[in-house]
Design a protein around this ligand. Sequence first.
Ligand SMILES: [Zn+2]
Length: 170
Amino acid sequence: MAAAGKRNTGRFRDPRHWLGGLAAGEVFVRCPRCAERASVLPCPEELADGTRHDVWLRRRLSCLGCAYTDLWDAPRLANNARAFPELSGPNDPYFGLPLWLSTKCRGRVLWAYNAEHLNLLETYVSARLRERGQHMGSQTLVERLPAWIKNGRHRAEVLDAIGQLRALLA
Ligand SMILES: [Zn+2]
């Protein structure tokens, strides 16, 4: 997967990723039965008609380790509209399970949904010069990052934690 921004020049241009866009793909969680890595993905039949990945699609949790599966449907609001999943972490936005990519850093929790999310965090944190992307009216993932991650003095510690998370994907 291509890393966002240009790491070599030390310059990071916000690619305007929205957290919901990252959550719409594969999300890794801790299996509620065996505590190993499980995967949350849109159900294949939901994508059969060419629908793009979306946070409202029905999702299946599956664990290759113990064969545990579960299904998630977007809850309905009083007006029957689908409720928007909570994207704040460190739990997954659908089943509310602990994210697989989660570790302590500076007394806080550093978390990511998947490898693409991790790549974006790493590229941002390692960049010396950070540029905001063109304003589009909504906050991007990067703009919503907590200050302790954005603080350049924490760069080495945060990159170390990102490395620990990357090792969990191996
Ligand atoms: Zn399992």
